[in-house]
Structures are given as structure tokens and as C-alpha cells.
Design a protein around this ligand. Structure first.
Ligand SMILES: [Zn+2]
Length: 67
């Protein structure tokens, strides 16, 4: 699964504010994500992010090839 800055993802657990959507602000060894409900930002290791992400809701990334 590939993730890109600007993607909106759904996590397995809702944020305490009730929102389920998060925006990816930074990718790499560590991911920084922002709650779409309250704006709270979280930094977490890639492995932990991948374990907790449920699905990508929307992505601004355009595939340049189908590989
Ligand atoms: Zn929130």
C-alpha cells in the first residue's frame, strides 16, 4: 500500500473528537497525520501507521503508470 502527502485516510480507531478521517502531512520513516475533525496532529512510525490505517478515502496522487 502506498501513501502520499495529501491523502485522506480512515484509521481503525476513531479520534476522541469523533472524526474518522485523517490527512497525511508527511510520509517516510515517520508519518505525520492530522485529524480532519479537530486538527490534532500525530506523528507515528510507518509500521504503526500501516497497522492502524483502515483505508485510503481519497488521494490526490496520480499514477503515472499502472505497474
Ligand atoms: Zn480529532
Amino acid at each position: 500500500m502506498q501513501f502520499y502527502v495529501g491523502d485522506i485516510v480512515q484509521m481503525k480507531k476513531n479520534h476522541p473528537c469523533g472524526a474518522v478521517q485523517w490527512e497525511i502531512l508527511r510520509v517516510g520513516m515517520d508519518f505525520r497525520i492530522k485529524c480532519c475533525g479537530c486538527g490534532h496532529m500525530v506523528m507515528l512510525p510507518r509500521v504503526k501507521f500501516e497497522k492502524n490505517v483502515k483505508k485510503v478515502i481519497s488521494s490526490t496522487h496520480v499514477e503515472e503508470n499502472t505497474q
